[in-house]
Design a protein around this ligand. Structure first.
Ligand code: HEM
Length: 483
């Protein structure tokens, strides 16, 4: 018995040494033949992961220390990568490179959590295009207009709970839980909003099923038989899929019976819309889950970071500008809300300073000539969106928060931001839900500041760099007339 364990132990140790030696050789630049400079912190295995985790400003300083270059070689999370630095490189990698249509490179287990038929996990460019077209129909202006009052009402309810909690505990409140709930609810209103029964079932299973399912994305290692978060996520996923399949079946029956309660919403547009596309049920289910995943953490993070910057960072002069604008506006009109210039500049600046999706990966599917260099097939391209929004050549004093950089600017001024200001990415994989994201976050901030005073506390915000960059603030929320 002991003998067997020693053999297993020795084999495991030898394998570990082998992996480390391999990683060292791969990551010290020996395998690089593309002529781009290496990152200064090209350490074995983790490379510059540490800088990455500390957020865009520090990461930008690291990039800048290489001097002018279009791209640098790096190692992060154990992967050799070519990181885009100049806007030209970003544009090429995001829009034109042969790898641009390929899937974003995600951890292997995500294929099973998200599903193999999703537009984030498929490596078939044609299928990706087809899925994007069909799912674009779930986020039309019409659908957004229909779910606007529900999202607004939900913001009012959740924000009021924050004020009640402040009053009851007389302590700073954690904004994260309300934001995450709000972001989830918004996606459910978008896709299922036409039937309150579906909305209720799905929103009611957030804590029990959806959070368990989403937690699987953070478990990269625990073997499935040990019943860790990944294994639990798979069980929750099956239950969610059963519920969604039931909803789809009922809607199809209703449609066949010409049930006139079939109002347009995201799901009805996908099931019965005239997109000329035929999606399999697996494709519909996997992509509904991808919308929930992609739109959940990112929007939550942006709302939390917005409140962090508002309470802890923003100047009084800028706060007055935003407060004045919100005081004068009504908020029940979607078009008016979306067009408020100070609110718009505020959100743009939050997304510049602390964009939640700091970067994305693509993989080249063939050898290419790239800005005078030969880059072999298989190279992973990194698109560090968050980092490049801290480029001082484009954004003066880039590590400082100010809404003025986006206020009263001409189209010409804003043009220089192209390929430098990319909170929603670019090219074939550009964020599909950005219109919902902008709408829901503006609603949340508007409703919060319209009726409440958000007051800085003596507790600092918690900073999290990965998987979504987020400042988690603790603030006090008082009804404005009582403060
Ligand atoms: C502030 C909030 C959000 C931010 C900052 C954000 C950012 C991003 C980024 C950077 C990407 C990758 C783009 C690329 O690879 O070039 C992405 C992809 C995506 N986002 Fe968002 N997102 C947000 C909210 C949402 C919402 C609310 C939804 C849906 C309801 C959504 C759905 C998606 C989907 C489906 C993709 C994958 C697109 C594809 O691979 O074709 N996102 N998002």
């Amino acid at each position: 018995m002991l003998h067997t364990f020693s053999i297993i132990g020795l084999t495991a140790a030898a394998a570990a040494v082998g992996i480390i030696v391999h990683a060292i050789f791969k990551s010290t630049g020996m395998s690089r033949k593309n002529g781009f400079p290496n990152s200064p912190w090209n350490w074995p295995i983790i490379g510059q992961t540490l800088w990455f985790l500390q957020g865009p400003p520090k990461f930008y300083d690291m990039l800048a220390s290489r001097g002018p270059t279009d791209a640098i070689n790096s190692t992060s999370f154990g992967l050799d990568q070519l990181m885009m630095v100049s806007p030209e490189a970003m544009k090429w990698a995001g829009m034109k490179g042969p790898g641009s249509a390929l899937r974003s490179l995600l951890p292997p287990r995500w294929d099973r959590v998200l599903g193999a038929n999703s537009l984030m996990t498929t490596d078939n460019a044609h299928k990706h295009k087809r899925l994007r077209h069909a799912f674009g129909l779930s986020i039309t202006k019409d659908v957004l207009g229909r779910c606007f009052p529900y999202i607004r009402q939900n913001a009012q309810t959740l924000i009021n709970e924050l004020a009640v909690e402040t009053q009851n505990t007389n302590k700073p409140v954690e904004v994260y839980a309300a934001s995450t709930r709000f972001a989830f609810n918004a996606i459910i209103f978008l896709i299922f909003g036409s039937r309150s029964k579906d909305v209720e079932v799905l929103q009611g299973s957030f804590e029990t099923l959806f959070t368990t399912w989403l937690a699987g994305l953070g478990d990269y290692f625990v073997p499935e038989f040990m019943n860790g978060p990944f294994a639990k996520s798979m069980v929750a996923r099956k239950e969610i899929v059963d519920i969604l399949s039931g909803i789809m079946e009922e809607r199809r029956e209703g449609f066949a019976a010409d049930d006139d309660t079939q109002e347009p919403d995201g799901l009805n547009n996908i099931l019965f819309g005239n997109s000329g596309e035929t999606l399999t049920d697996d494709e519909i289910l996997d992509n509904i889950l991808v919308l929930v995943f992609a739109g959940h953490d990112t929007s939550t993070a942006t709302m939390c970071s917005s409140i962090h910057f508002w309470a802890n960072v923003m100047s009084q002069e800028e706060k007055d500008l935003l407060n004045d604008e919100i005081e004068r506006a009504d908020g029940s009109n979607m078009a008016e809300l979306l067009a408020l210039p100070v609110l718009d500049a505020f959100l743009k600046e939050v997304l510049r300073m602390a964009t939640p999706a700091t970067g994305m990966f693509r993989k080249l599917n063939q050898d290419v000539e790239f800005l005078g260099h030969h880059v072999p097939a298989g190279t992973v391209l990194t698109l560090p969106f968050g980092t490049l929004m801290h480029n001082p050549d484009v954004f003066e004093d880039p590590h400082t928060f100010t809404i003025h950089r986006f206020l009263n600017k001409s189209a010409q001024d804003l043009k220089k931001h192209a390929y430098n200001y990319l909170p929603f990415g670019l090219g074939p994989h550009q964020c599909l839900g950005m219109n919902l994201a902008r709408l829901e976050i503006k609603i949340f901030i508007f409703e919060l500041l319209k009726s409440y005073a958000v007051v800085k506390s003596n507790m600092p915000s918690e900073f999290v760099g990965f998987p979504a960059l987020i400042f988690k603030p603790k603030v006090k929320v008082f009804p404005v007339n009582e403060y």
